[in-house]
Design a binder for this molecule. Structure first.
Ligand SMILES: [Zn+2]
Length: 294
């Protein structure tokens, strides 16, 4: 069932979104400069691997960092009869799909049901059948979604829905390749994504290009989540071992339903709710800026 973003916001229990976020000119300029810097950087190679190795690395990451709770899962869905069970997110089936241009392709197969107890259920994870070392990062991203997306209250704002998935993707990338090959590949991808989305959303707000309302909301979600994920990751990256442990144990509390992402963000940065352009003060922290220019 395909449902609108506003209906998803309601069903996932996020706060209602009023108005559309529009990136300010200063943010667009910052991202543009970082993109120029990135274009001139020499990238290190990313190697091919197997789906077994990629998911093994993802599973090992979750086993050592987090205490995952079971999530609702549908095995078969025939007509109006469906059978829901609760399984560990790491046991969700994986379906390979061919996506030539998307090195980090991953998606969580989600169903919205007219079921009071289980309004959101998962069916499995799609991963690019062209498997590289970055597939572990995509897998980690989707497992993080599976752990949080059906847990009402874990994330309060729709615009923050990608923060922890992107954060975990960066943490595993930093662990898998000490020389930062994977981290730099992900950074490059996100900077280019931010550059395109910021410029498009800005032009959309000026009426210069057309876009559906749902696409504009999704673009805003990725911009805000990217920025906040990197602001949080810079705290982790430059943080002491105890700061790193603190952030991970906080995320464990969120996954266990005992805290929210917004409370974690509030400890590290200005995290005002973003709804309209006049309120938007979204920016990379000095630490995140230092990280991107390292
Ligand atoms: Zn995501």
């Amino acid at each position: 069932m395909t449902i609108s973003i506003n209906e998803q916001i309601y069903r996932r229990g996020y706060k209602t979104v009023y108005g559309l976020y529009v990136p300010d000119f200063k943010l667009i300029q910052t991202i543009d400069k970082l993109k120029e810097l990135d274009t001139n950087k020499k990238m290190n190679p990313i190697h091919r691997t197997t789906i077994e190795d990629a998911t093994h690395d993802g599973r090992a990451f979750f086993t050592s960092f987090y205490d995952l709770k079971n999530v609702p899962y549908i095995k078969h869905r025939l007509f109006k009869k469906y059978q829901i069970s609760e399984i560990n997110p790491l046991d969700l089936p994986i379906y390979p799909v061919k996506k030539r241009d998307e090195i980090c392709f991953g998606a969580l197969l989600t169903e919205f049901l007219p079921n009071k107890e289980y309004p959101i259920v998962f069916q499995g994870i799609l991963l690019n059948s062209i498997v590289t070392e970055l597939t572990s990062c995509s897998y980690t991203h989707e497992i993080t979604h599976a752990s949080l997306d059906a847990l009402k209250g874990a994330i309060k704002e729709y615009y923050n829905a990608e923060v922890l998935s992107i954060f975990n993707e960066l943490v595993i990338a930093s662990i898998l390749a000490k020389e930062e090959r994977l981290l730099r590949a992900l950074d490059s991808r996100r900077i280019h994504e931010l550059d395109i989305l910021c410029k498009e959303l800005y032009l959309f707000s000026k009426g210069s290009i057309s876009k559906s309302k749902d696409d504009a909301l999704e673009d805003a979600k990725y911009i805000i989540s990217d920025i906040r994920a990197y602001n949080l990751f810079a705290e982790y990256y430059y943080g002491s071992n105890s700061t790193k442990e603190y952030i991970i144990s906080y995320i464990n509390r969120i996954i266990n339903g005992n805290s929210s992402l917004e409370e974690l963000l509030n400890e590290f940065m200005d995290n005002k709710s973003i709804s309209t352009n006049s309120e938007s003060k979204l920016t990379l922290t000095p630490k995140a800026h230092k990280y991107f220019t390292r």
